[in-house]
Design a protein around this ligand. Structure first.
Ligand SMILES: Nc1nc2c(ncn2[C@@H]2O[C@H](COP(=O)(O)OP(=O)(O)OP(=O)(O)O)[C@@H](O)[C@H]2O)c(=O)[nH]1
Ligand SMILES: [Mg+2]
Length: 330
């Protein structure tokens, strides 16, 4: 998505530093005929490290810094003086960043906590200086270890937003509107499909200063798992959510069928999503009267707690927040 501030996927090229070479120096002083070996060790090459940082919400800062190269360790020198270690390159990333090897797709690790470190590439170790190799049989080793080579590689960094509640629904279901009434977030709202093109996060305050994070993602349509609509590009953001709130508007022709389609798309994307707790909100219920709601109750999908809500009139919004909070405590 060109020009977007929400960057949740970036490829970086990284190289760790080489270790410095150990020194093969011999002590040379006036009046000392045979100074022994006194070559110092090489310094360590810089590593490439990711570090969790709450101040970051996206990976946009890496979009223009795709090359991350650490320096080499200094060589050792005489008088057993060790070369300096090179500085590690520490890259701050938002919590929920997953790193993969770009060639193999293999997961290198993920960063989920403030300050948590993930080493992408270790710097090369410095070589040992020649004095380490002095022995009874060899008093004058002319050998010192070379420094270990650094490593290089391409990595894919992906962000999985660590929200508590993920909103799941077709375009126009009223997801962004709900987020705007339960949190301070101001997502764009409009009566056409795909108004939301990138995830919005909001903090929802529940009673007694408790709060949770809600993630509004772009609408899902049938065939999303095959790449229709915005495809599954944003579905990964709900992989981490502990509760999924399904949202289907009251004027749907068939709520059960719509629910099955949404569930089907999620399952085909990642069957593990079915292990999460699910709640259903029938949205836009300001258009219904009590009688209609009673009638509709019999046509709701089974096995999922449901609530009739309206973001416009406020119908059952406090109850919804409580229900979500309770689900999160389970
Ligand atoms: N009457 C009524 N209209 C609503 C309600 N909630 C949302 N709408 C309207 O439904 C339309 C779609 O709302 P959005 O919140 O943008 O829907 P969305 O699910 O975020 O849509 P996408 O971002 O396209 O996936 C807008 O015109 C809203 O004003 C509601 O509770 N009652
Ligand atoms: Mg929206």
């Amino acid at each position: 998505m060109a020009g977007s501030n929400f960057v949740d996927y970036v490829k970086i090229f990284a190289r760790s530093g080489h270790g410095g070479a150990g020194s093969a120096h011999f002590r040379r002083e006036k009046f000392v005929a045979f100074g022994g070996p006194d070559g110092g060790d090489g310094g360590r090459g810089g590593s490439i490290v990711l570090q969790g940082d709450r101040q970051y919400w996206t990976l946009i800062h890496l979009k223009y810094q795709r090359h991350q190269f650490a320096g080499d360790g200094e060589n050792g020198s005489g008088a057993r003086s060790s070369g300096k270690d090179a500085k590690d390159i520490v890259i701050p990333v938002p919590l929920g960043t997953v790193a993969r090897n770009a060639e193999t797709g293999e997961i290198v690790g993920e960063v989920t906590a403030e300050g948590e470190r993930l080493v992408l590439l270790k710097g090369g170790r410095g070589g040992l200086g020649n004095w380490h190799f002095k022995s009874a049989t060899n008093q004058t080793p002319r050998y010192a270890q070379p420094g270990e080579e650094g490593a290089e590689g391409a990595f894919i960094l992906e962000l999985k937003v660590l929200a508590d509640v993920g909103l799941v629904g077709f375009p126009n279901a009223g997801k962004s509107t709900l987020l705007s009434v339960v949190s301070a977030a101001k997502p764009k709202i409009a009566d056409y499909a795909f108004t939301t093109l990138e995830p919005n996060l909001g903090i929802v305050e529940v009673r007694d200063h408790k709060s949770f994070v809600m993630a509004d993602i772009p609408g899902i349509i049938e065939g999303a798992h095959e790449g229709r609509g915005l495809g599954t590009r944003f579905l990964r953001h709900i992989e981490r959510n502990s509760v999924l709130l399904f949202m289907i508007p009251a004027d749907s022709d068939d709520i059960r069928r719509d629910y099955d389609i949404l569930l089907g798309e999620l399952t085909q994307y990642n069957p593990e999503l079915l292990d999460k707790q699910r709640l259903l909100a029938v949205t836009k219920c300001d258009m219904l009267d009590e009688e209609l709601m009673d009638q509709m109750r019999g046509h709701l999908p089974e096995g999922i707690p449901a609530l009739f809500i309206s973001s416009v009139s406020g119908l059952n919004i406090p109850q919804l927040k409580d229900m979500l909070w309770e689900a999160l405590q389970r």
